[in-house]
Structures are given as structure tokens and as C-alpha cells.
Design a protein around this ligand. Structure first.
Ligand code: PHE
Length: 404
């Protein structure tokens, strides 16, 4: 395979052996759902922005967070991973999980990719909204393109002292040790002040979206770019839903971005899953709908309006199974992607039905159930069979599976 030129948002990129973006994925780049007036993701974005504007004000009553919602999604490997201290061998870098434009660049896998450059520009309180791209499973809550919000807030020793009302020492000097509660560079006092502000800000955000009476809990987690780190989970009709990840920004990140005098907190959250709860949207594919049956229910609405989406009607599902022997090195995400590429948004879900290894030959066979449903009309069985057969043919040819 030779290299060729890829055009993304009017920029040219040379493809190489790492390139795995497809034209299907690229067709989502530049849709601008976040900035589309009256789109549910735009309404949710405005709710988040309004919350931050109201909560964090300067001396003159002015909002202090800057908002970025139009940064192009092609970023470098340096931005998406290296600048955030993500180890070279970290799983999140794998070709099976990301959409690479080439060896040096990819469609961002999180909006955190912009954190370091914005700090280097001198910003100390900012929100970033953007479309992000990940290769993943297929079901009602996963789509290879979704949207995130990220935030970072920096405080200097002086600002922290002002806020606490008495001298706060931020940095420990050379003798500091990392513990589960703090980084080596930071004092426990400064870390706790930041942690308290971070957690109350985020609980306040969740309450402003879902009401004062929500049940929530904090879970300790790990991110390469924050320490300590937490996840906020909120209880919704019987389930704990992971709402966001956050933590105290790694000092090494701030140091190399020229903010060595500050301590910071950061968080990132996925917008679709929140919007689905907030507006009762049953399927993540609907965010991409151009159908007025969907869009008209949000048009002309204000961020403060209560909106309950009512499905226009539910068209029936249709499923087909496929069993095949897999070759060595088979990656499930490659199959999901090929199926999605072929069926487009007709494909609602792919679930594994059976995983079997032959006792004698040691060969492994998988059975998947592919569920099809059109969001706007009823599919015929012939139509589904045709698509399903094309998936089987292409998987045989491209992924070297062997249909049973
Ligand atoms: N980037 C993380 C994610 O996509 C979320 C995050 C952002 C966590 C910032 C901590 C700080 O899951």
C-alpha cells in the first residue's frame, strides 16, 4: 500500500502504515453538532457553560472561564498522549482503539488533548468542548464519535492564600513524597483545598443538571495526567452511571507548559450519556439524525427548559447471527468497525453470543448477533439479509475470518 493524501477540514495529511481513519468516520468531522443552535448537545453545552459562568466570577462579576468549542479534532500524538504523560505502551494508544490519521496524528480521543497547549498560552481557567473519536463496541450508548467537555482551573500560592484567608504553602520542596492523597511536589493542605473545590464544583454541576436530590458517590481511579484522581458516579433508576473523571493535574504537565507556580484541578465528561438522561433520548445514533422528527423537539428551546424527547415511533428490530473461525491476531474492534462501515447507522448493536475453542484443533470460533434497526422506517428482511451478507463477505476477505 502506498501513501496518499488525506484531506480533513481543508488540511492535507500524508497517510502511512498507521492510517486507519475511514471515509465514514471522516464524514462526521466538521458536523459541528455542539454549535448547532437547538441541538440537544448545544443545549447541554450551554447549561455547563452557564453553570461555570455563574459559579466562578472575577472581581468585576465577570465570568473567568474561557470557552473553546471549535478546536479542530486532528491533534498530534504529542498532544493526545505525550503531553499528558500517557506511557508509550499504554493501551489507549493502540491502533485498535484510536483513529490515526498517520503515525504522528490522530482524531483526538479526548478533549484533554488541548490542555497543555492552552496552559502554555497562559490560560488559567478554561473549558474545552469538542467531538472525540474512539473505536469501541456497538450498542445504544456507544458511537465511534461522541462529545466531551474538559476543564482546567489553576491557582497560584497567592490566590489559594487569599481564598483560604491564611497563608497556604503549595509546594513541598525537594523532600516531598507522593502518597495516595497527594503528589510529591504538593503540600497536603493545598491539595485538600483544591480537592474540596473540585468536588463541590462537580457535585454542584450534577445537581444543576439532574436536581438537588440525586444520589452520588466518588470512586478512586487512576489517570496518568492527574493524581489523586476520582470518578463521580450518579444513581439513575437502579444504575450507577459514571459521569466524569477528574483529579489534581500532574505537576510535571504544568511545569512543562510554563505554569510551574500553580496547582490545578481538571475534569473531563462525556456529553451524550448525560444528554440521553437529561432529555430521555433512547439511542446515541439519534444525535446524528437530520430528521425533523428528532430535531424539531429541541429547536427554539432554551438551556433552562425542561425537554422530554418523545420517540416518533419505534420501528422494529431485526437480527442475524454469524459464527466464524478467527485467524491469529483477530481484534474484535476491527470486526465492529467493519460491520458499522458496511451497515452504517442501520446497525444498532453487536453482542457476542458464543466463544468456543475446539478441544482438538485449538481453533477459536466466535458467534456474534447483529441487531439492525432503522431509526426512521421499517427495514425489510431482504434488505437486512443483503447488508448482513455483505458484512460476512467483507469480513472473510479483509479480516480473514472463516464463516462456519
Ligand atoms: N480525559 C479523561 C477521559 O477521557 C477524563 C479526564 C479529564 C480525567 C481530565 C481527568 C482529568 O476519560
Amino acid at each position: 500500500k502506498g501513501s496518499s493524501n488525506l484531506k480533513i477540514l481543508n488540511e492535507s495529511y500524508v497517510s502511512d502504515d498507521f492510517t486507519n481513519v475511514s471515509s465514514k468516520i471522516l464524514s462526521h468531522v466538521g458536523r459541528g453538532l455542539l454549535n448547532q443552535e437547538g441541538h440537544p448537545l448545544n443545549l447541554l453545552k450551554r447549561k455547563v457553560v452557564d453553570y461555570f459562568y455563574a459559579r466562578f466570577k472575577g472581581h468585576m462579576g465577570n465570568p473567568i472561564f474561557s470557552v473553546y468549542d471549535n478546536l479542530p479534532p486532528v491533534v498530534t500524538v504529542q498532544q493526545n498522549f505525550d503531553s499528558l504523560l500517557i506511557p508509550k505502551d499504554h493501551v489507549s494508544r493502540a491502533k485498535s482503539d484510536c483513529y490515526y490519521v498517520n503515525r504522528g496524528s490522530l482524531l483526538r480521543a479526548h478533549t484533554t488533548a488541548h490542555q497543555s497547549e492552552l496552559v502554555r498560552m497562559g490560560l488559567d481557567n478554561f473549558l474545552v468542548f469538542g467531538d472525540v473519536y474512539r473505536r469501541d463496541e456497538i450498542d445504544k450508548t456507544h458511537y465511534p464519535v461522541f462529545h466531551q467537555a474538559d476543564a482546567l482551573r489553576l491557582c497560584t500560592q497567592g490566590q489559594l492564600t487569599d481564598r483560604a484567608g491564611s497563608e497556604v504553602v503549595v509546594f513541598e520542596g525537594r523532600t516531598g513524597k507522593e502518597t495516595p492523597e497527594k503528589q510529591a511536589e504538593h503540600s497536603i493542605d493545598a491539595t485538600k483545598i483544591m480537592e474540596t473545590e473540585l468536588k463541590s464544583t462537580l457535585v454542584g454541576l450534577a445537581q444543576s443538571l439532574f436536581g438537588k436530590n440525586i444520589q452520588y458517590r466518588w470512586v478512586d481511579v487512576y489517570f496518568p495526567f492527574t493524581h489523586p484522581s476520582w470518578e463521580l458516579e450518579v444513581h439513575f433508576n437502579g444504575d450507577w452511571l459514571e459521569v466524569l473523571g477528574c483529579g489534581i493535574t500532574r505537576h510535571a504537565i504544568l511545569r512543562s507548559a510554563g505554569a510551574e507556580g500553580s496547582i490545578g484541578w481538571a475534569f473531563g465528561l462525556g456529553l451524550e450519556r448525560l444528554a440521553m438522561r437529561l432529555y430521555d433520548i433512547p439511542d446515541i445514533r439519534l444525535f446524528w439524525s437530520r430528521d425533523s422528527g428528532f430535531l424539531s423537539q429541541f429547536q427554539g428551546k432554551k438551556p433552562t427548559d425542561t425537554i422530554r424527547y418523545k420517540p416518533v415511533s419505534i420501528y422494529p428490530q431485526c437480527y442475524n447471527d454469524v459464527s466464524f473461525w478467527i485467524p491469529e491476531g483477530f481484534v474484535a474492534n476491527d470486526f465492529y468497525e467493519l460491520a458499522r462501515e458496511t451497515a452504517g447507522d442501520l446497525l444498532e448493536q453487536v453482542t457476542i453470543q458464543d466463544d468456543f475453542t475446539h478441544p482438538k484443533t485449538g481453533r477459536r470460533s466466535l458467534c456474534y448477533r447483529l441487531t439492525y434497526r432503522h431509526l426512521e422506517r421499517t427495514l425489510t428482511k431482504e434488505e437486512v439479509n443483503k447488508v448482513h451478507e455483505t458484512i460476512c463477505d467483507r469480513a472473510t476477505e479483509i479480516l480473514k475470518i472463516q464463516i462456519r
